[in-house]
Design a protein around this ligand. Structure first.
Ligand SMILES: Cc1cc2nc3c(=O)[nH]c(=O)nc-3n(C[C@H](O)[C@H](O)[C@H](O)COP(=O)(O)OP(=O)(O)OC[C@H]3O[C@@H](n4cnc5c(N)ncnc54)[C@H](O)[C@@H]3O)c2cc1C
Length: 573
């Protein structure tokens, strides 16, 4: 029995080769109760995979006080013997981590950045400052933080232990799955023996080589290119500027692309695009990497190599994100090329999307039909992310003919004309995706709410996340403008027995009176909710607007019903 755990090991799917410059924590294996007792267990929620996606979901459930069991075949975070993989975390992810309670640790360890510059040879051909862009400009979190993925995963593990409710089982590999009308059954192998676990809901967060695809007969649409890169994680005594620099044509890399980012521990991630016919083992050899670094930074630059290795990527999206009792998320649902940092960030958003829905259904506050909107919302996001990153991949590795001609023309125009700079595509950075096809989002809904600041009634500063934490997994109705007493009474009656908390938002002039009255003197809260003047916004626990409206009437009740997966007649599925 015990050998099955060793025999069934399979790779994580990323093509890393050698080297290990990072020390990863190791978590203890504990014999599961089902192995000791010989009984089949039963859980409402089982999450398979403790990568960044599965751990985010687990932590979000723990924060909502919902029990879950997490099974991971490994006993650590990150990938043993490999580099960090993910490094760039977008504002929406940072806002989610703020709600989960690990943002201060990420901010302390990571590097904040907002400026990116792109070069062709020595010429700057494109630049941006994300702080100036409306998708990022209001939040309490910065547009991006660079930090090694395994740090975030480690912080999540520790936070899950602090919060309780969720059980993390290391060295528990799922090797079999079936489902029927009553439950799903997982077969799990461990160093102490095998066991079976029944579950109402199974979340597949096993990454890009998910065995669940085959087990449920999932179909995927995808493409594999021939673009390959070499990662060099390095430290310098003298720091280059803390901006994101990319080269479409780098003279020190035989005129191919290069990425340069600073992350935690003063480690620089430098990615070098390889020639299509290059030998990845040769390009990633330490002496060859050192030679290239000398060409880039000069022969006298002192460099410590932390990790070096090649990688390739593919682009793939599952056709349905729910198959019966199984929900697919993170890399198990879609794999994208790393340009724009859309892989891990969308896994984090997948997790945040499903967590409150599972909690609401388990607490019987929402219809089970709400769970179907996970597909409606996150599949739209997945498709969009695949499309956006694919365009970048094509720009960076154009096919001969039209694509290459277009790229050459775009670079040449961008050298001289501002208007052409937007044609340069070295990665469109990850943003919170908008939901346009979800039945849970009605008029005005589907957009993310930035974590902006406002003032509580006593004058102290608050943020949207504070409101969401105060609402404890319930919805928020934010009513903007001083409400007439009759409208206020109607609002209270309409929301009386619903899982919502009402917040009355007044401008700087009107005094705020009670805890649920807040002041928004600069209109940031209103702007973040995408409404103007006297209006209401129904905000979901994942900080997305479910709907907006002007008058306090039955429209608000309908919107809440839709957001909870209940039909307009009030009948749940
Ligand atoms: C070079 C590179 C750079 C990247 N940069 C970024 C970036 O800057 N920002 C970003 O957001 N993303 C980035 N990504 C993508 C990001 O790393 C992935 O999208 C992310 O790791 C996906 O997380 P996941 O939790 O879905 O899957 P994984 O991280 O693959 O985790 C899957 C987990 O499931 C476990 N598992 C697998 N099978 C089983 C089983 N049968 N039973 C039990 N457990 C199992 C594994 O042990 C693992 O812990 C990058 C990727 C690469 C390769």
């Amino acid at each position: 029995m015990q050998d099955r755990y060793a025999e069934t090991a399979f790779s994580n799917g990323y093509q890393f080769t050698s080297g290990s410059g990072y020390q990863l924590p190791e978590y203890a294996f504990v014999t599961p109760p089902e192995v000791s007792s010989g009984q089949v267990g039963h859980e409402q929620i089982v999450i398979v995979g403790a990568g960044i996606t599965g751990l985010t979901l687990a932590c979000a459930l723990a924060r909502l006080g919902v029990r879950a069991v997490v099974l991971d075949e490994d006993n650590t975070v990150g990938v043993k013997g490999a580099s960090s993989r993910g490094i760039c975390y977008t504002q929406k992810s940072l806002e989610i981590f703020d709600r989960l309670g690990i943002y201060p640790r990420i901010a302390a360890k990571g590097i904040q950045w907002s400026v990116g510059r792109t070069f062709a040879g020595k010429d700057e051909v494109y630049s941006f400052d994300l702080r100036q862009q409306s998708a990022y400009n209001l939040s309490s979190q910065p547009p991006f933080i660079n930090i090694q993925q395994f740090y975030i995963e480690g912080y999540l593990v520790e936070r899950i232990h602090e919060l309780g409710d969720v059980e993390l089982r290391w060295k528990n590999r799922v090797i079999g799955f079936e489902q029927d009308t009553d439950a799903a059954t997982l077969t799990v192998t461990t160093p102490a023996g095998d066991y079976r676990l029944r579950a109402d809901h199974v979340i597949d967060a096993t990454g890009s080589r998910s065995p669940f695809h085959q087990w449920v007969g999932a179909t995927l649409t995808g493409r594999k290119g021939d673009d390959r890169w070499c990662i060099a994680d390095v430290r310098f005594p003298d720091r280059p500027p803390g901006e994101r620099h990319t080269w479409i044509e780098a003279p020190f890399n035989e005129n191919r692309a290069v990425w340069q980012h600073l992350m935690g521990d003063d480690v620089w991630r430098i990615d070098y695009q390889m020639a299509p016919d290059a030998d990845p083992a040769y390009v990633s050899r330490e002496d060859v990497v050192r030679e290239r670094l000398a060409r880039q930074f000069g022969p006298d630059m002192q460099v410590e190599i932390v990790w070096v290795g090649p990688y390739a990527y593919r682009s793939e999206c599952i056709d349905r994100m729910r198959h019966g009792r199984v929900f697919f998320m993170g890399d198990a649902a879609k794999v994208v090329s790393p340009f724009g940092a859309r892989g891990g960030n969308t896994g984090i958003a997948d997790a945040d999307n499903l967590a409150w829905k599972l909690a609401a259904v388990i607490r019987q506050q929402a219809s089970p039909r709400l769970l179907d909107t996970f597909h409606d919302e996150r599949h739209e996001a997945a498709r969009q992310n695949v499309q956006v990153t694919h365009r970048t991949a094509r720009f960076l590795r154009p096919a001969d003919g039209m694509e290459r001609t277009f790229r050459t023309a775009a670079i040449s125009l961008a050298r001289q004309h501002l208007f052409a700079r937007s044609l340069i595509n070295t990665g469109r950075m990850a943003v919170a995706n908008t939901y346009t096809q979800s039945p849970a989002c009605q008029t005005g809904g589907g957009q993310s709410v930035q974590n902006v600041r406002f003032a509580w009634a006593d004058g102290s500063a608050g943020t949207v996340n504070d409101l969401l934490l105060w609402a404890q997994g319930n919805f928020l109705v934010l009513a903007f403008g001083d409400l007439a007493p009759a409208a206020l009474k109607r609002l209270r009656t309409l929301t009386d027995h619903a899982p919502v908390r009402v917040v009355l938002v007044v401008d700087g002039q009107t005094p705020a009176r009670a805890r649920e009255h807040v002041r928004d003197p600069q209109g940031h809260l209103q702007g973040a909710c995408h409404v103007f003047g006297h209006a209401w916004a129904l905000v979901r626990p994942d900080s997305y607007v479910a709907a907006t409206g002007e008058s306090i009437d039955a429209g608000l009740v309908d919107a809440l019903g839709a957001a909870l997966g209940v039909t307009s007649e009030g009948a749940s599925a």
